[in-house]
Design a protein around this ligand. Sequence first.
Ligand code: PLP
Length: 482
Amino acid sequence: MSDDYRNVLEKAYTFALRFHETRAIRCPTATATLDQLWAALDAPTPEDGMAASEVIKLLAEGADAGLMGEAGPRFFGKVIGGSHPVGVAADWLTSVWGQNSGSYLGSPANAVVEQVATGWLLDLLSLPAECSIGFTTGATMASFVCLAAGRGEVLRRVGWNVDADGLFAAPEIRVCVGDDAHAAVFAALRYLGLGHDRVSRVPTDGAGRMQSVALSSMLASGQGPLIVIAQAGQINTGAFDAFKDIKDIVHRRGGWLHVDGAFGLWARACPSLVHLTAGVEEADSWATDGHKWLQAPYDCGYAIVRNAEAHRRAMSYEASYLPSAGEGCREPFHYVPELSRRARGFATWALIRTLGRSGIAAMVEQHCKLARRMAERLASEPGVEVLNQVELNQFVVQFGVGAPPEQRDALTRAVIQGIQAAGVCYVAEAGWRGRVVMRVSVISWATTAADIDHSVDSIIAAWRQVRAAAGRADKTRPDDSR
Ligand SMILES: *Cc1c(COP(=O)(O)O)cnc(C)c1O
């Protein structure tokens, strides 16, 4: 048996190293078709088992051409961290240890590591030391947890116990969200019975920032339970809401201010960027990710709540088989929806210990610098337009400046296809202000300046090709002026 254990782990280790060592030369887009993946991975339900190391070989080889280059250095298509080696190693141990990390008694080591990591995260992000943190799957669930705490607290203040009595017949909660909030926030509201359509959408400026003047007039009349959701790091532009103004407005009304800072909250870990987040520390809750800027492997997010009582009220419960471990022992399940789950604290602890405050700051700063370098080079190419000021690590691009809007959309789509086909880097399509855009996110620990330059060359080559083809099509098109 021990020999099998060694064999199967060694097999996985070999495939892991091979994948990692070729990640920079692999095509960042999956190359297999749907049919090919089915052919490689489907089979009749296995009647009998087979050797575990053989299974790992089948899995690794069958999945290979269907894997995306998200852990590689030239993947810019979504806001995605790079699965840092120390996180991978810590996660491997986490699986080997097989800790049931819901309760203190299920894994004292995890309970303490989560508590230590909580202190480190609050320190790095300069958030109040009294906050509690729930270790979630990602920022979507982190917002869900934070908003559950907020929902409970704003109703408690008007004498309603939502945990006991539910939402039927509860006083109405007014929910205000910036018009350019991430879709995940609306999903979280939906899970909480707050609906994604009954919210008030607050108008935003050109960069997607909530207009605090509009919020103020929206809240000028009326009172009662209120939740406002602001944003640190808009997905297309990286922009930050004006937290100082917003928190004054919300707190004057006795409301709960939640901030979606899935990636942008990490600007607080970087002295040269922290000014962008001024006032965010005054909020009541914050959602952020470990699997984005901190580079933790999936899945890893943090639900941070100032009022730890409200946090626990929203998530904790009791069961006879879950005896309290005693004074000073943190119960991880009091802060997240799950009981049995992966011990996420270990990878977080290992990453922060490896990078350190200075390493995290340098990484975040470097990514923003690389994003600016990339945007500047692209913007200097005729016909290419960068649509936002690059404040952080995110920007959006349209191709075909001067052409009519529908044509620009089509050209942009064609360029994205060309870039993906070239296989040097990965970028994806997004929508911004009614236009089709190429969204770029620089956020992987593996990305170097050389990767940026190589990628820009490929993007510009794809654009020139599309432009030349469009030019030829124009010349050969029959006269359209009938
Ligand atoms: C990624 C992201 C989310 C969703 O986070 P998950 O970790 O994918 O659940 C929410 N908001 C913003 C701004 C994001 O960038």
